[in-house]
Design a protein. Structure first.
Length: 215
């Protein structure tokens, strides 16, 4: 059942939900300008309020390599010769042993060895762009963003999702920011459909490759 489990799709806030949070309380004080709605007369138009959009330039590349090797060996040997008493070997005769003479000589030998080796290598590359919306303005001015892009191609769907926190100072003049400058970034690229299903291992194969398989 664990191998058959499917991770639930992470929910991204909709535009309606974001705009519902972004509407500030209007104060009828007769003024032209309202609080929380500044007008930038001499600045580039950048995302700064809840509901504003911002383009995230995906430029993710990771390379990881890990190698481990372990070798252990242990040998034990014990050899006790039979002592002699007055020039004669010591023996034990007992009725419990059918009067068979028994020597005090003993020999014990054991050997144990272990060899293990493992290599792991992983490389990922994700480029492109996705436009997100500001869902929250933090007390220090940083922007919490969420975005999703869905592409339907032939018999499959591709999803790109991103969440994180952006500093306003990192936003370029064209209202874009690199994904490498998104703090606490959560980036996922997944798909569904015929192509994605063909690359997915069956439930029985997942069981044989899980920790529950004892061999």
């Amino acid at each position: 059942m664990t191998g058959c489990a499917i991770s639930p799709k992470e929910k991204i806030a909709t535009a309606e939900e974001i705009f519902a949070m972004s509407i500030p309380e209007r104060i009828d004080n007769g003024a032209i300008y309202q609080p929380s709605r500044g007008i930038a007369l001499y600045e580039d138009i950048k995302a700064r309020h809840v509901g504003d959009i911002i383009t995230i330039l995906l430029s993710e590349q990771t390379n990881a390599t890990k190698s481990a090797s372990t070798t252990t060996s242990k040998d034990n040997a014990v050899d006790v010769t039979n002592p002699t008493v007055l020039g004669l070997p010591a023996v034990i005769n007992s009725s419990l042993l059918s009067n068979r003479p028994m020597s005090l000589a003993s020999t014990l030998q054991s050997s144990k060895s272990f060899t293990g080796e493992g290599d792991s290598s992983q490389s990922n590359n994700l480029t492109g762009s996705v436009t997100a919306m500001v869902t929250e303005v933090l007390p220090n001015g940083y922007l919490r963003i969420e975005g999703e892009k869905s592409i339907s191609i032939n018999q499959g769907d591709e999803y790109i999702r991103i969440k994180g926190i952006v500093r306003p100072v990192d936003i370029a003049s064209n209202n874009s920011v690199s994904s490498t400058q998104v703090a606490n970034a959560v980036i996922s690229y997944s798909g569904s459909g015929v192509i994605a299903s063909s690359n997915d291992m069956g439930w029985l194969g997942k069981f044989f490759n899980s920790i529950w398989w004892p061999f």
